[in-house]
Design a protein around this ligand. Structure first.
Ligand code: CTP
Ligand code: ZN
Length: 160
């Protein structure tokens, strides 16, 4: 292969490719998908060149099928990621994730007084409808705690 034309990371035969992940979210997704003990080949790349994001991350997992709850968890952390299903080296399905209206269990409420931090109950957050600000730009996505109404910004979500 001539200089400068090397593949950055190899293609996979069967499995899934999670693409267009913000670089700083890659290892959190590795964690929530519990990939540490996965026995097939996994490729994790961060700070890769990208046209749409400044730098992107990619996770390639051989022989993996994502369950709905796993897709939901990814969409919470990286709502603009793309999920590609690969069969025999071909992309057979490409899904753009969507933001959830409601999030249960995964997110921690950062209000120390919130009942969800004291009682044995699952946390629950409701997405706040995005408004346009005075510059007609969409504001950052926010979620509201169902119990204490504390608002958290999508970027500041803490996973429990
Ligand atoms: N990919 C892979 N193995 C394959 C086929 C594709 O790892 N056998 C990866 C590609 O490297 C890419 C992603 O899956 O990161 C999606 O592939 P493709 O749709 O061919 O790329 P793009 O057109 O660049 O995707 P997008 O438009 O979503 O950016
Ligand atoms: Zn709360």
């Amino acid at each position: 292969m001539s200089k400068g034309k090397e593949l950055l990371i190899g293609a996979i035969k069967d499995g899934i490719v999670i693409d267009h992940i913000p670089s700083k979210k890659v290892f959190l997704i590795v964690e929530i998908l519990k990939l540490k003990n996965y026995s097939q080949r996994i490729t994790v790349a961060t700070n890769m060149p990208s046209s749409s994001l400044v730098k992107k991350g990619i996770i390639k997992i051989e022989d993996k099928i994502l369950q709905e709850n796993e897709l939901n968890n990814i969409s919470l952390i990286a709502p603009d990621a793309t999920i590609n299903i690969i069969e025999d080296y071909e992309v057979v399905e490409k899904t753009k994730l969507e933001r959830l209206d409601e999030v249960e269990e995964l997110v921690k409420c950062d209000n120390p007084k919130c009942i969800s931090n004291h009682e044995n109950i699952e946390t629950k957050f409701i997405r706040v409808e995005e408004d346009l600000n005075e510059n007609n730009l969409e504001e950052k996505t926010k979620y509201k705690c169902f119990y204490c109404e504390k608002i958290i910004l999508e970027d500041e979500i803490q996973i429990q």
